[in-house]
Design a protein. Structure first.
Length: 424
């Protein structure tokens, strides 16, 4: 089979790495990819937003299956476009991707299909949100811009003043452009967060092992929010009972919702969950694999990923055997470039990758990297996700940090407490 992975981050390196292991793959292309994907696939310089370019690439290289990594091209209809051309695609069309691309749409769907989530109200103008916020007794509240905002559209203001300022920024100043035309005000839930990802073809579900990630930049969950500074799988709070609760009350219901709403959904449903005292509740849905969750989930997956993705794209997931997992935990530590997340720097040479390549049960997934002659250099943002399997979380974490210690680049920074919640 000839497979194309669309994207160029750590998630796509993990997907390409796992896809490469499948005996059915005869050719693997990544567009645009990074220095890590170049080790397992052929990179081609077509951007994820260049739908015409990707369609042409599929035709020229006679691609059998496209796996779309990021949400932006999915929301923009890349899945629909390629399917119209007769290409098999893993990833929902624009209608399905609204699950992530519109938080008000997702909320309405959850209300209609009785999926447990935070109570919320939607506002389209500043005077009405102001009246509502002024009537609130308890802070923080949660303010969410409706559309895609690269992880920056959610704030938890501690006071009325801060809430009004944030609402003004979104609705009046158009800080997020059209993505902020509608703003949700949600009740603030308390508890531990976890991510549950499932593959679905719109009929059947294959629920994956849960993961937890670390969003804040610095140790002890301090500092600004990031795309994710590390992750681990499984999540100790995700007992079998807990996962079957989420499967039954969230995932089965969302697949039912797709069917009732005539949404042809083939891809990942990612449920961002809060384990509250009153049971698990949905914070948000994503329409694609998580980053960095994928980097710690896929090293644990024993099943052939291409068989699964192809079955989803073909709507025959029900005919594929259950997922098989390595019981060993996986821990992933993100190494970021100087200034991340506020700014980022490029072009610093990364050393130590060859030494780490020799380590058993360690895989380094590249995110922001590029090749420059014989060197691998940083390309900004999150640079690497260094993952390791171990007999228990402590062993996996120790091995991951032993690998991190071998790697160096100018300005690198990483958290030293990844998976601390799993060690309590
Ligand atoms: N209702 C809520 N109660 C408490 N915290 C929340 C709530 N909604 C979101 N959050 C926090 O904000 C983060 C980002 O919100 P999320 O809905 O996942 O949006 P996005 O990932 O698009 O930024 C969550 O990971 C969580 O930590
Ligand atoms: Mg989120």
């Amino acid at each position: 089979m000839r497979v194309l992975v669309v994207g160029g981050g750590g998630r796509e390196h993990a997907l390409a790495w796992k896809i490469r292991q499948s005996p059915s793959v005869e050719r693997l292309i990544c567009a645009p990819g990074n220095a890590g994907t170049a080790d397992v696939a052929e990179n081609m310089a077509v951007g994820v937003d260049d739908h015409d370019g990707l369609a042409a690439l599929c035709k020229k290289e006679r691609i059998d299956l496209v796996v779309v990594g990021p949400e932006v091209p999915l929301a923009a209809g890349l899945g629909d476009r390629l399917r119209e051309d007769g290409v098999k695609v893993f990833g929902p069309g624009a209608a399905g991707a609204r699950l992530e691309a519109s938080k008000t749409f997702a909320k309405q769907l959850m209300q209609r299909y009785v999926i447990p989530t935070a109570n919320s109200q939607t506002f389209r103008d500043f005077p009405s949100i102001r009246t509502y916020l002024e009537s609130q007794q308890h802070f923080p509240v949660v303010l969410k811009a409706d559309g895609l905002a690269a992880g920056k559209g959610v704030v938890l203001p501690d006071s009325l003043d801060d809430a009004l300022n944030a609402a003004f920024d979104m609705l009046e100043e158009k800080r997020f452009g059209a993505a902020g035309n509608e703003v949700l005000v949600e009740e603030c839930l308390r508890g531990e967060e976890l991510s549950v990802l499932a593959l679905t073809d719109g009929r059947t579900l294959a629920v994956m092992e849960a993961a937890q990630d670390h969003k804040r930049a610095y140790d002890d969950d301090r500092g600004p929010n990031t795309g994710g500074m590390g992750a681990y799988s499984p999540a100790p709070i995700a007992t079998e009972e807990f996962l079957s609760n989420i499967t039954e009350n969230v995932l089965v219901r969302i697949v039912h919702a797709f069917a009732r709403e005539r949404i042809d959904y083939r891809g990942v449903v990612y449920a961002g969950m809060m384990a509250t005292r009153g049971g698990p509740r949905v914070l948000e849905f994503n329409c694609r694999f998580g980053d960095p969750e994928t980097q710690v989930i896929l090293p644990r997956l024993k099943s052939d990923l291409v068989t699964l993705l192809d079955a989803v794209a073909d709507r025959r997931l029900g005919q594929v055997e259950d997922l098989e997992w390595d019981p060993r935990p996986c821990v992933g530590v993100v190494m970021a470039s100087r200034g991340y997340p506020e700014s980022s720097s490029k072009g610093d040479v990364i050393t130590g990758l060859d030494a780490v390549h020799e380590m058993e049960d360690v895989v380094v997934f590249h995110a922001g990297t590029a090749r420059e002659g014989n060197d691998v250099v940083t390309a900004g943002g999150r640079v690497l996700c260094v993952t390791a399997l171990g007999d228990d979380v402590a062993a996996a974490r120790e091995r991951a940090y032993a690998a991190v210690d071998q790697i160096a680049f100018d300005g690198m920074h990483f958290r030293t407490d990844i998976a601390h919640r799993a060690l309590r």
